[in-house]
Ligand binder design. Structure first.
Ligand code: CTP
Ligand code: MG
Length: 574
């Protein structure tokens, strides 16, 4: 794969000079290789291959545990842009074997270095110096975020550094459009888009490392806590540059209770009581938020948003460039992350379609990084899953079916919500649907062009349209907290734009001048076609008001689009 190969090359170039020993880490490296394959598999669309792959699937918890362990043996080092890679590795490997490392840029150059053993890390931290700042004061909190200093001449400015930087953000949309236009089929365009957009191996490592650094801060109060990523950082649908959602889990302390003796004496901890779970979550986040703000190196712009439905602490982690949301007591979101991950693992077309629709939506401003009345990526993902459940035969099963397949160990009720579903992937039998990605994309747009949003709710639990239980332009049932609408924030204008863009994209994909490669040569930029055309500025995107222009065709092009859709529908009904 793209980055694994470049990483391999970087590794090879340094093998001769530093102690990147391969010996004695065989089993760990095999296990991590499996994990890596999981998070970043290159995906084909062969249904047989899918079944075989599924057999080797591992739960999200297994993946997370391995990644967490990796992160705990890692450090993040800020270095000079001209840092000499060989010298750097030689210097660090005095403390022990290095398993992996990579460089990246984010407000300066950084390196992530994973040691083979925790002892090596301890030795390195033992040796690290306290900065000598004469004119400023500093908070004496020692973390695994370090700075490389150099008093010698090893990294003279004219010396070539040699390190290769791993990208942490996606390519701009124009570049993507050009890249896609060079592909030979829409199928290839879709897989190419996923390749470019999905989280890389290095970016995933960095996400877990940031969680681990945060955990070191929270552990000052709660040594048994864990901080895990959730949402798109781990559900398989994350795009480079997506936010880092974190879950501070203290259930290891309060949830696990030693057995009470039937008689005799025993001791228990005295613990402060709070009025509700929510109050506990708020006070935890308030204190940890203050610690992050006051002591967390590289953590800036800390905001405590404690009155939200799901209280959180938001901040930017500058060394990684991640926008972070730290939550606590958010087990349901963890379950929905696990569910999305499972769906993404069941059939490769799921991830491809989600990536494509997410990218398309972002290109047209249907989704936004700013909170507001926009459709969110999570809602959009649920819409894609629902569409895939509605195929004939369905590509993925309903959540109710996954619950029916659950074993006794899968039973999980969180705050009264049934979050049970099967964890053993091999129990899930998929039906044989061999539709191409191109057809599926086209059908997705058609499906939502004519969906009865005014009356119906989307439910991946049932896998069919349900009557809307409340008035809201868009109603998408939360898979686990079934009385909630995940798209409650969406207003009618945004829904109208979504539908109009679905209609336009569906129409474009039916046009022969759009859906065939246009050719081009090496010197000239290729003419956009297929998926690339769908990502270009739309003629309907400007529809804003719902007043007079609401149902008016925006142009001749749209008029003909609406005609063609009407004909298609009439054709379907007859
Ligand atoms: N979530 C949820 N209910 C919601 C919103 C979010 O259960 N109404 C959970 C989902 O598991 C979601 C996660 O919280 O994946 C994180 O939410 P968010 O950051 O909004 O979505 P992501 O899936 O992470 O997508 P993005 O890449 O836009 O961050
Ligand atoms: Mg997110």
């Amino acid at each position: 794969m793209r980055l694994s190969a470049s990483f391999g090359a970087a590794m090879a170039s340094t093998l001769a000079v530093c102690r990147l020993h391969m010996k004695g880490r065989g089993s760990l490296s095999k296990c991590l290789q499996k994990v890596d394959t999981f998070l970043h598999r290159t995906i084909g669309t062969n249904v047989v291959a899918v079944k075989e792959e599924r057999e080797g699937c591992k739960s999200l918890y297994g993946v997370q545990a391995a990644r967490q362990e990796q992160a705990e043996r890692s450090v993040l080092v800020s270095c000079h842009a001209r840092t000499n890679e060989k010298n750097f590795l030689k210097y660090l490997s005095r403390h022990g074997d290095i398993n992996k490392y990579f460089f990246y840029e984010s407000y300066g150059m950084y390196a992530v270095v994973e040691f083979a053993n925790r002892e090596s890390l301890a030795s390195l931290l033992e040796e690290a110096a306290i900065p000598s700042i004469s004119h400023e004061s500093m908070v004496p909190f020692k973390s695994r975020l370090l700075s490389l200093r150099n008093l010698g001449s090893a990294d003279a400015p004219n010396q070539r550094s040699g390190q290769q930087c791993q990208p942490q953000t996606t390519i701009p949309i124009n570049e993507l459009i050009q890249r896609l236009s060079r592909e030979e089929s829409i199928e290839q365009q879709i897989t190419s888009l996923t390749d470019v957009y999905q989280l890389t191996e290095e970016n995933s490592r960095l996400r877990f490392l940031v969680c681990s650094l945060l955990k070191d801060i929270a552990a000052a109060y709660f040594p048994e806590c864990t901080i895990n990523p959730f949402g798109s950082s781990v559900n398989g649908f994350g795009k480079l540059g997506c936010d880092l959602d974190m879950f501070l889990d203290v259930d290891g302390i309060s949830g696990r209770n030693a057995k009470m003796p039937k008689s005799g004496l025993w001791l228990e901890y005295q613990m402060k009581r709070a009025s509700s779970e929510r109050a506990v979550t708020q006070s935890l986040l308030s204190v940890i938020g203050d610690c992050v703000d006051q002591f967390g190196p590289g953590c800036v712009g800390v905001q405590k948003i404690l009155n939200a439905r799901c209280p959180l602490v938001r901040f930017a982690h500058q060394p990684s460039g991640f926008q972070c949301d730290l939550t606590a007591n958010n087990r349901v979101a963890m379950k929905s992350t696990e569910l999305l991950y499972l769906y993404g693992e069941l059939d490769p077309r799921v991830r491809h379609l989600v990536f494509t629709v997410r990218c398309w939506a972002r290109a047209h401003g249907i989704t936004s990084s700013i909170p507001g009345a926009w459709i969110t990526n999570f809602s959009l993902t649920v819409m894609v899953l629902f569409f895939l459940q509605r195929g004939s035969p369905p590509i993925i099963p309903t959540l109710d079916h996954l619950r029916d397949l659950a074993g006794p160990g899968d039973k999980n009720v969180i705050e009264g919500n049934d979050c049970t579903f099967v964890s053993d992937f091999s129990k899930i039998q998929l039906l044989s649907n061999t539709e191409t990605l191109e057809k599926l994309l086209c059908e997705f747009f058609e499906f939502y062009s004519t969906f009865a949003f005014n009356r119906m709710s989307i439910s991946i639990r049932k896998g069919n349209e349900q009557n809307k239980p409340e008035v809201a332009p868009l109603h998408i049932q939360n898979p686990f907290e079934t009385s909630l609408n995940v798209s409650k924030n969406v207003n009618a204008t945004q829904l109208d734009r979504f539908v109009a863009l679905c209609q336009e994209s569906s129409w474009l994909l039916h046009q022969s001048d759009t859906n065939t490669p246009r050719g081009g040569n090496a010197e000239k930029a290729p003419t956009p076609w297929g998926l690339a055309t769908l990502l270009m500025p739309s003629q309907v995107a400007g529809i804003k008001g719902r007043k007079k222009r609401r149902r008016e065709p925006a142009s001749e092009r749209i008029k003909s689009l609406l005609e063609s859709l009407k004909n298609t529908n009439q054709h379907k009904k007859s």
